[in-house]
Design a protein. Structure first.
Lengths: 229, 197
């Protein structure tokens, strides 16, 4: 796989949010405005890039048995750094993202990439993989927040849209709208990538620390069944 | 005193339901809500772990981190404490209370990476609750999680027989129905204030 393909796979074919359905909590929670979504995307990308590079560099040092706790400590360290930087330089964004900034620690995308990619590949490839996945995550958040902000608040990145800002559909800003838009987006991606998107079974659930009962495995089986039909 | 605790409890169960209005713990909500008994098992395990981790993280924060000005460390400390605590509980349950382990055991490892658990411990600190309020809040959040899981398991069992368009099969239709369940929960906005006014 060339470096370019490695980068692009995270954006389209293996998009972490829309195809692999990882990191759903921040995706639903902070996409009510485009600014917050971009901030979250950048923060997660920075953490992903740093953690992937460091984990890849240390992959021969970290003992296999305690690797998950090690990864969590490393990731939590980077999250804390990003948190402090954002508190200092972008206090508004820090307030808006609130608890979801700390919760990047338990975002499955980051732990998943550490386990599935960085622990097996060299530093440069891991960095490219992290950048691709991060951009894919940001892009998905951007698309979703664009839909929700335009329909829900009648504005885009704070700019008011003439007619819509007088008649906003407030439900899109609230929780139900989040679920609805996310469901529709995944359906559109299903339709568009029919047969081309990565199968969940190829992606493997083993990488995820919560594979035992996560239910992704159940949905893997389900997609397999659908494919067979 | 009682009244303020009740308000906290009702708010966290109904109004600020973590799953349906604050988007925490979506993964297990979508993953484990397929069967009713699994949903109940997961919900109970979450209540248990939330209470336990609050009972440990609140004193750590108040007596160690806040005292020595180390509050920026709370994300790292909390996730480590929760992860090791869950492991420890699993070992203890396996050895001494095998029946409970059989019921909750498989859900425990999953809970470590459940953002609702880390979320509730962090929120307790951010909202500057005292110890009793924190415990009540955690219990309420867990109860709200259980409620959402059980309700949604009922919805999903109907969904099995539905025939949505091809592209909507599987996750998309689940999310759209979650949206309708969430819509019903928005009806609770303001209820608590009215109840205790």
């Amino acid at each position: 796989m060339s470096k370019l393909q490695n980068f692009l796979k995270g954006i389209i074919k293996e998009n972490p949010v829309l195809v692999l359905v990882l990191g759903t909590c921040p995706t639903l929670a902070i996409t009510s405005s485009v600014g917050n979504a971009l901030g979250m995307g950048v923060a997660a990308t920075v953490v992903l890039l740093c953690s992937n590079m460091v984990i890849s560099a240390l992959r021969k040092v970290i003992p296999d048995k305690v690797r998950i706790p090690c990864y969590i400590v490393l990731i939590a360290g980077f999250v804390t750094m990003v948190e402090m930087l954002m508190h200092a330089f972008a206090p508004d964004l820090y307030e808006a993202l609130g608890i979801f900034l700390s919760l990047i620690v338990v975002n499955c995308i980051i732990l998943g990439r550490a386990e599935m990619y960085a622990s097996k590949n060299n530093v440069i490839d891991s960095a490219i993989d992290a950048l691709g996945m991060g951009v894919g995550f940001t892009l998905a958040l951007f698309i979703m927040s664009t839909i929700r902000e335009i329909l829900g608040s009648g504005s885009w990145l704070g700019f008011e849209i003439p007619w819509l800002s007088d008649n906003p559909i407030a439900i899109f800003r609230l929780a139900p709208g989040g679920f609805f838009v996310f469901g529709c987006l995944i359906a559109i991606v299903n339709k568009a990538t029919h047969g081309k998107g990565v199968k969940k079974k190829d992606f493997g659930c083993e990488g995820c620390p919560s594979a035992a009962v996560c239910g992704k495995r159940a949905s893997c089986k389900k997609t397999e069944e659908v494919e067979e039909k | 005193m009682m009244k303020s605790l009740l308000i906290i409890l009702m708010t966290s169960v109904l109004v600020n339901n973590y799953v349906l209005s604050r988007f925490l713990g979506i993964c297990p909500f979508l993953g484990v809500s397929k069967k009713l008994n699994q949903a109940v098992g997961m919900g109970t395990a979450v209540i248990f772990v939330m209470l336990l981790s609050t009972a440990v993280t609140w004193p750590i924060h108040t007596f160690i981190l806040a005292k020595y000005d180390l509050e920026y460390m709370k994300t790292i400390v909390f996730i480590l404490v929760i992860a090791s605590l869950v492991q420890l509980v699993e070992i203890i349950l396996k050895k001494y209370i095998p029946a409970l382990h059989a019921a909750l055991g498989i859900y425990l490892p999953l809970i470590t990476t459940n953002c609702a658990v880390l979320g509730v411990t962090l929120n307790n600190i951010n909202d500057s609750y005292n110890f009793i309020e924190s415990m009540v809040n955690s219990f309420g959040v867990g109860l709200g999680f259980l409620l959402a899981m059980v309700l949604f398991a009922g919805v999903r069992s109907r969904l099995e027989n539905a025939n949505p368009p091809e592209a909507f099969k599987g996750l998309p239709i689940t999310l759209v129905s979650a949206s309708i369940v969430a819509l019903s929960f928005t009806g609770f906005t303001g209820v608590v204030g009215g109840l205790f006014a």
